[in-house]
Design a protein. Sequence first.
Length: 444
Amino acid sequence: MISTRFFHSFRVLGSLKKPQFDVKYILSKLNEFSESIEARELANGGELQSYLKELPELYKKSRTIDHTIAELQHSRKSIEIQVKQDKTRAKELASDLKSLKQQYQDLLKSQREVKAQITETCGSLPNLIHPSVTKSPSPIIDQWINKKNSYVPNEKCGHLDIMLKKGMVDFETASNVTGTSWYYLCNEGAQLEHALVQYATKKAREANFKLVIPPSVARNDVIDACGFRPRDMNNEQQIYRLADTDLGLTATAEIALAGMGINSTLDLSSAPKKICGVNRAYRAEAGAGGKDTKGLYRVHEFTKVELFVWAKPEESDQILEELKQFQIDIVTELGLSAQVLSMPSNDLGSPAYKKYDIEAWMPGRGSFGEITSTSNCTDFQSRRMHTRFRNSQGELEYVHTLNGTAIAVPRVIVALVENNYDPETGNISIPSALQPYMDNLKFI
């Protein structure tokens, strides 16, 4: 039985507060932030560049107002001292005090407006980019997993036809119940999902991840704080917003897992905090642009096993490599042929400092398809979530957050079916790693 002591270290205090950005640091890295905006090829990049250019002047204006406010306070105290020393001058100095009070109130209002602009500007900026990330449009192959001599497309191995014939999936009924890109997993299809989840969560627990079943709904400010905007880089809707509420369906367990650290000071003195979440993920734009509109590759709802880590800043680069290796181990044990990709800057979402994807060969699709992703978000999320730790000097510092897919169920099913189907026998072989969770079946 897992001790609950681990989770008691998360002391969530109230709702999400306004983020505290290191404006001086951002000003010292203006060129780097500008390059990050440009390299990511964000849809609103031009707007962000103009905001960034205005930041030095806004900061200067804020400092000037602070200085003026300090002078007014000094003048007010001086007058109050004069009145205290000579009460006969109280009436004479009353108008001066009234004028100073009005000036003070006006300046406070201006300061709030300027600081709100500064916070909004800083909050709109993407993360910086790791120096190793390529600026070219194509990813770099980091390594191969179970590499084949050749990769030949085979339409006979298309997962949709195979699974329909075997009664493993039902899109027609789901389209009547819900709409396109929704589905029922049935019989061995449903078994396969449960097997993948059990397999992945066991691997995660063996790697010292604590298991969590998080909600699939989160407040919009928490979703935004994680870096999930209403629309992505291609202007496609990412999040289902729930009407007449401030809630949305989460696109990944990462959102709710990150939310466990809201307004918390974590104890990272002995090790990073690692959790593994299982939930249903929701994507508003499935099969965008007509690509992969049939089958399980792009769907609106699916089960996902997600890894999430809070780490010290000096440890996060290494933790990213460990998450990548965890994913490689799973793909290797499932017998899939895949390539590990270091993703280019134009594929990074706003929170990501560096990202790896793993794409598995899918012969029915006739191409490689993404089955995992892992990112180091440094302090992008923790600043917005107010998640900190005490460093070796006892000072509060923002943690680094990292996330990674353990299993995105439908896509792994696509890869398994298309690679393990034998057209001659009509059987799908089950990887030995999954057989204990499939009633020891070897074939479907």
